[in-house]
Design a protein around this ligand. Sequence first.
Ligand SMILES: Cc1ncc(COP(=O)(O)O)c(C=O)c1O
Length: 439
Amino acid sequence: MKLTSRHQQLLHRTFIDYQATAEFLENPLIIERAEGLYLWDIEAKRYFDAIGGIFVAVLGHRHPRVMEAMRRQMERATFVPPLHSISDVTLDLVEKLGDIAPENLTFGKPFSGGSEAVEAGMKFARQYHKQSGHPGKYKFVSRYHGYHGGTFGGLAASGTGPRKSKFEPQMSGFVKVFPPSHYRDRFASWEEANRFAAQAVRDVIEHEDPETVAGVIVEPIGNTGGIITPTHEYFQILRDACHQHNVTLIFDEVITGFAKTGRMFAAQTFGVTPDIICTGKGISSGAIPLGAMIARQDMAAAFSGPPGSNVQFAHGHTFAGNPLACAAGLAVIEEILEKDLCAKAERLGSYLASRLECLRKLGVVKEIRGKGILRGVEFSQPTLGVALKKTALQNGIILRIDPSWFAVAPPLIAEESDIDEMYGLIEKSVVDAIALAGL
Ligand SMILES: Cc1ncc(COP(=O)(O)O)c(C=O)c1O
């Protein structure tokens, strides 16, 4: 099917996420079919999905195990009354999330995506402090360049200037610090920049008055900014500062979750246990909207009391814990565990990194970063990504592209030969972008 004038008209009746319609219309991509590593547009052109949609399809698109689990669940129940009940499969997913999360993070609640999980995590932290003798703790420390969702709370925690400023005034009570990458060129080493950035978090907590600070929320690896990968020590300093001041450490693992970094969560990759993990994207491999908040079980004790006391976490969404979505999430996690896809992410990630290193011969690479199959390439030419956006689509590859960097996170069903194919498309696209940009 060709792109018709009807499609063109309809594109003016909706919008594409974070993109101007006029820009999208220069190269409109309307997808008809997705399977495994590939997408096909309505003109039957095939695209290698090198980012699993947007860090989502960890098992590729329409994985048979996930499809089958959803089919079976459709024969049982697709919705249960949320104010009166919970579905059996929701409880199964809660149990499974507790099994795979670090230490005592076993209090879980599935939602319909990353933003809902982040909102719940922050509300949980605020209410927790109110109910555990520290009612003055309400502020969150988060980072410039971070992204935590498109809702007002997530946006307030985010540090992406132009995306936020259009919706000011923001929710109050959010204090920003810079990520380690901000100090990269001011210190002799990446380690020192990380130490300084982590120490700044402690300083901010102390200068804000710790009795007013509820939480610190960070993405373990920052997507916005180009897969910014801190040191282990960075997280250790954050963890110690939060322990010292009774501040809830929230890891937004919406991107880093579900095996991409070589462990189920980046918390395990970095060897630091936060108090709350917010997750989304990869949890359903894109089969259906799903996210989850996973919190320390002992924090949950602050939300229960004797019958009649009405002590509760005052939160909910109509589709939270949706049985069909939970069935998909369970199938994804079981597949990751059975096939040991965490180990594969580490193995395949090393191979992927070695292939990306070959881009250096083109003379436009500043840095290559990441863990597991989550990798980012920063350009020494700060606007090359603008041309790459065009050439990647022309060459049939979907990447996460910003003007100065691009990122990949291929599905874990890929083998080395697929990584070779993907790399070939990337190299050709970068070569074409260099020509297009006249460099
Ligand atoms: C780190 C992070 N947190 C939260 C979100 C919000 O998730 P969702 O778009 O599923 O609401 C995103 C989305 O890109 C994200 O990257």
